[in-house]
Write a protein that binds this ligand. Sequence first.
Ligand code: FHN
Length: 443
Amino acid sequence: PEKKIIQLQHGAHRLGRRNDADMARWRAYGLGQFIHWGLYSIPAGEWNGKMYNGAAEWIRTWKEVSPQAYDSLIYRFNPTKFNPDSWAAVAKQMGVKYVTITTKHHDGFCLWPSKFTDFTVANSPYKKDIIGPLVKAYDKQGIDVILYFSVMDWHNPDWRYDIKTRDDSIAFNRFKQFTRNQLLELLTQYPSAKGLWFDGTWDKSWVKQAAFADSLETEMRKLHPGLIIGSRFRADEYGKRHFDSNGNLMGDYEQGWERKIPEKITDVHGNDWDCVMTIPENQWGYAKTWQGHIKTADELLEMLAKCVSLDGNFVLNFGPKPDGTLRAEELSLAKAIGDWMTVNKEAIYNGEYAGFIKQDWGYFIKSTASNKIYMLVFNIPVSGVLRVATPSHMAIRKAYGLDNAASNYTSEEIGSSTYFIHPNQQITPKKPFVIVLETGEEA
Ligand code: FHN
């Protein structure tokens, strides 16, 4: 039976991917960095000697913490060692093409001197803007900046989780204007930012604002042509988020892949998407101690490869310390990823789904820049031989390692559209590695 299409005023306004230069640039990034920084970096998961089990940036909601005491952390925010150029240099060496930075997380503390609240860096001992210098430093390195913004704001007395009374509605109307003011302020003050990464948009209060959010989105896009906004910003008039009541993606890319990665290309429905990932299980802001499993550089590289092979970007989170420096574990992972990227970046940038059947040794990525196919190898079978099944009518002409000589692999056609890639000598790699395939039409 044919699916009935619901007439929507505030659903998706475009079907399929965006087709413009700004979005093409976003699509080609491959690797990004996320930064969660704010007052929560000061307690860092510990309050009055007790450890909080949740994510450090959520500590304000813990029963052990009084909101007033938390908000007073503003008087202790003084990152005297903050050096935006050194953060940007770390990101550059790591090979990231874009950074998403928290301008305001759920606690409402603004890292820029917003005119619309007192709860900003301007009233901390540090006094200075954080966002402006960061944008400048990353821009200088050629790394695009996306501004993270939480709509949910625990500090603002007008914030509501739901709207049940007339008073709620009056307060929330003020809150909507406040949100609009802050967003227009951010876009005006930091015009080189390429997009907005929304969060804290799941509560009923906001989900009910389909018309307001839709018109605000239109206004922001008009003010900032090319602006990139994901699927977390607004709901349709039936309260559907990410995908509207007809199942169409709202916004420019799917923002639902948080700490998880799709398994197959059909999971992403032809949409653009990014995956945001933490190094421990679930800590975004700085936490003094990391519990549980801490991801290794090789695991993170595999996640990166998997995301790009399925048409997504992979964004790794950093939670800087309250003094403005980056934690040692993050610096060493950034370095290890960067060293790998130095050799293998052409397999990641401009990478997209290659259309090959996935094999157990790793991931195929096709470069839109060169049309080459990259095999990102993470697991070598005991035989040492890597199997490739090509899409129909495609033949392998040449196979070679990305890191050195062109002659170190031989491709053998073993059957119709099926090949074995043989290393010419035994390989015992210490790191994931990349084989380049040059292909052509089958004879
Ligand atoms: O609650 C937040 C969380 O603290 C963090 O900011 C992540 C990042 O994607 N977003 C929210 C949960 O979806």
